[in-house]
Design a binder for this molecule. Structure first.
Ligand code: G3P
Ligand code: MG
Length: 247
């Protein structure tokens, strides 16, 4: 099982250093690096013309000066948007990064990515295909492998079919499915569960199969410490400074 080895660090910058810079931008990754992070998580979705971009919501409204659906907007239109001013005028030059651009930035920064495939509705297969093709084209063979994760089982199946070795993580809000069967089918290396639905027994059960347990999104130091004491391997946080002792 799991011939894909990863060197996890306990803290993963969720959408970059999200408390200090606009989420899912290059600036958020640069800030994460400056604060000592080794791993960063971000979300990848397709535009209407099939370009992979880094954004969390299916709509543009919350994190850009644009409006409308990501899956109904062209890449050319996406490139015109300001993805930083909503956070602070200091970041008015930030754009929505293309997935390729993000990978190149992380190669330069020597950060390890957790690429969360976040398909626009109906784009589960295609998003995984573009993500994997881009990784195969750009990511250096000698660098630590990116961890590919998703709530979409369909996306993960495509990722696995295209790469027998890439590390795969199953993301879920709660464990209300046969996690063991799915993890075996996908040869998953990790299971990523929402903090409020994790408990020590579940953590133990997953870890006893040789898999990592990751939890999101933890911005409180005491909560993080409790999870680590129960065996959680890594947490996603928006707030890196809170976890400075682990960086
Ligand atoms: O991958 C962990 C976490 O990012 C999943 O939730 O909604 O923040 O992408 P979300
Ligand atoms: Mg995410």
């Amino acid at each position: 099982m799991m011939d894909s080895i990863i060197q996890l660090s306990p803290i993963i910058a969720h959408r970059g250093a999200r408390s200090l810079a606009p989420e899912n931008t290059l600036a958020a990754m640069q800030k994460a690096k400056a604060l000592g992070a080794e791993w960063v998580e971000f979300d990848v979705m397709l535009t209407v013309d099939g370009e992979a971009i880094v954004i969390h919501d299916t709509r543009l409204d919350r994190t850009t000066n644009g409006v409308g659906e990501v899956g109904e907007t062209t890449y050319k239109e996406i490139l015109k948007l300001d993805a930083g001013s909503w956070f602070s005028s200091e970041y008015k030059k930030e754009k929505i990064p293309g997935f390729s651009e993000m990978l190149k930035c992380l190669i330069d920064l020597e950060l390890i990515p957790n690429v969360e495939i976040k398909p626009y509705p109906g784009q589960d297969n295609k998003t995984a295909l573009v993500v994997m093709e881009t990784i195969h084209k750009l990511w250096p063979k000698t660098a630590p492998k990116p961890l590919i994760s998703s709530f979409s089982i369909e996306s993960l199946r495509v990722a696995r079919s295209l790469d027998p070795h890439v590390p795969i993580g199953i993301v879920c809000t709660e464990i209300n499915f046969d996690w063991k069967k799915l993890a075996e089918e996908l040869n998953a290396i990790s299971v990523h569960v929402c903090e409020k639905n994790l408990n020590a027994d579940l953590i133990h059960a997953i870890k006893s199969t040789g898999r990592y347990v990751l939890s999101y999104t933890i911005n409180n130091l005491a909560s993080g410490k409790k999870l680590f004491s129960e065996g959680v391997d890594a947490i996603f946080t928006d707030d890196l400074p809170t976890f400075s002792e682990y960086l």
